[in-house]
Design a protein around this ligand. Structure first.
Ligand code: C2O
Ligand code: CU
Ligand code: CU
Length: 505
């Protein structure tokens, strides 16, 4: 089968070229989906210990060239760490990547000093150990660089990996064999230079919209295919892109079932034909391939929206996330092993009652107003004042402030429940992420959230002009000295100020 891009190419070459193209050409070019090695750590009497070494590497993403990368215990990305609920972990990070970095445990409820955020910088050549108990629900989490001002560049080059919290009992009725019928999909978009090096932030748009690429990597490989050997396959999808939002769908509108969102299982599987994931969001889906037919997972471009902002901004916004991509071809083997029937119900989820909240905090996401260098045509084309200014210069705010390491934006009382009102007066969506655990959505513009957002979440899309209310309980770890972060998970926005800090007092 031809991809959309190839069909377009073939069409522009004319009907003869299309007819001449051998049917197997596209198939021959697919790469087997790499499965990140599973690291279960070393179980000592006190904890499950992991060793993670950040280092430089090389990877042949494209057939003709090599790319300089960063990796964790490898050339690009890191192993999948498997934690067990109610165990303690000890994660030692050795930094040999030639620059200061951090590793943050995204989605975890833990003491602020163990969080791996910008305040836990590991200098080049140094080591650092994070210790915390795993108290939350089984699910799909991740780890990545959270270095102030360079999270974007470091994650782009490869400093990220998946974390699975397992609990066999809670997950009964779900495929659980890692690499066989329980498959991680770390989806990223990248752009390459002619010489094979990563192209990062070379265009004006990159600073405004965040870094968007034209090449899809899944688990660090292009054009991937996965051979299914079981009737049901569980995919743990992580959008580990810096800035791109995916709109996943199967060719031929094949249905699939979402069983988990960011912070663990939903109450019941949700049948879908479309799944939107912004950067840092996760979803676990179960795909039934018992019909033996090939299933092509794609991302469908969003329709271009008109936005009423000054010229260059509207133009950029109309191109944002409008591209189609092939993500993964799933090929069922001739003989498929039977899978246990998918559970129709998982544990019920306690809904945090709105009435329990004792405080409401507004969080306004905005892209700056002010002077910018560069008119509508881009940088170096004059200056202008007013709204629409400042985009190119990279002014991103929460409640009118940019992130500052020595300013604590919010103080939250331990053992309280809060409602945060997330709003967005900028022209584009921002995925809002809160450290130190999981929250629930109360509503989107006053409407109840869709079924697949009714679980625990740590990252939520806030569309332009939208008001999203979330509710979160703050427990266990008082520490007036060490802050947790909240931020936009478009890494170029985070790096340029769309981040704040809170402490638990
Ligand atoms: Cu995934 Cu503050 O990060
Ligand atoms: Cu995080
Ligand atoms: Cu943003």
């Amino acid at each position: 089968m031809l991809t959309r891009r190839q069909s377009i190419k073939a069409l522009t070459l004319g009907p003869l070229a299309l007819a001449a193209m051998p049917h197997s050409l596209a198939q021959a070019k697919l790469n087997p989906l790499p499965i990140p090695p599973l690291d279960q750590g070393q179980l000592t009497d006190r904890s499950r210990a992991f060793d993670l070494t950040l280092r430089r590497g090389n990877r042949r993403f494209l057939p003709e060239t090599e790319t300089e990368t960063l990796g964790i215990n490898g050339d690009y990305l890191g192993p999948t760490l498997r934690f067990r609920r109610l165990e303690d972990v000890a994660l030692t990070v050795h930094n040999h990547c030639g620059e200061d970095s951090t590793l943050h445990w995204h989605g975890f409820h833990l003491p602020a000093a163990e969080d791996g955020g910008p305040h836990q910088t590991v200098a080049d050549g140094a080591s650092w150990t994070a210790r915390y108990p795993i108290v939350q629900f089984p699910g799909t989490y991740w780890y990545h660089s959270h270095m102030l001002h360079s999270s974007g560049a470091q994650v782009y080059r490869g400093l990220a990996g998946l974390i699975i919290i397992e609990d066999e009992q809670a997950e009964s009725g779900l495929p659980q064999q890692y690499g066989v019928d329980d498959i991680p999909l770390i989806v990223q978009d990248r752009r390459f230079n002619e010489d094979g090096s990563f192209d990062y932030m070379s265009r004006y748009e990159d600073r405004v919209m965040g870094m968007q690429g034209d090449t899809i990597l899944v688990n660090g490989a292009t054009r991937t295919s996965f051979q299914a050997t079981t009737q049901l396959v569980r995919f743990r999808i992580l959008n580990a892109s810096n800035a791109r939002t995916f709109n996943f769908a199967f060719a031929n509108e094949r249905e699939f079932r979402q069983v988990a969102c960011d912070g663990g299982l939903l109450e019941r599987p949700v049948s879908l034909t479309r799944l939107v994931l912004a950067p840092a969001e996760r979803a676990e889906i179960v795909v039934d391939v018992s019909d033996g037919r090939e299933a092509l997972l794609q991302s469908r471009g969003f329709p271009a929206t008109f936005s009423q902002f000054p010229g260059a901004m509207s133009r950029m916004m109309r191109s944002l996330n409008t591209q189609d991509f092939d993500i993964l071809t799933i090929r069922p083997a001739a003989q498929l092993r039977p899978s246990p029937a998918l559970s129709e119900r998982f544990d019920s989820i306690y809904r945090l009652p709105e009435a329990a909240a004792t405080n409401t905090r507004p969080m306004l996401l905005s892209m700056g107003a002010g002077m910018r260098s560069g008119g509508d045509a881009g940088p170096g084309t004059g200056t202008r004042m007013g709204t629409g200014g400042g985009y190119g210069g990279g002014n991103y705010y929460i409640n009118g402030r940019r992130m500052s390491m020595d300013f604590i934006n919010e103080r939250i009382t331990l053992n309280t429940t809060e409602i945060w009102e997330l709003s967005n007066n900028s022209p584009m969506m921002h995925p809002f992420h809160v450290h130190n655990g999981q929250f629930q959505l109360l509503d989107r513009n006053g409407q109840p959230p869709p079924a697949n957002e009714m679980g625990w979440k740590d990252t939520v899309r806030v569309e332009s002009g939208e008001l999203v209310r979330i509710i979160m309980r703050f427990t266990d770890y008082v520490d007036p000295a060490n802050p947790y972060m909240y931020h936009c998970h478009i890494l170029e926005h985070e790096d340029r100020g769309m981040m704040g800090q809170f402490v638990l007092v």
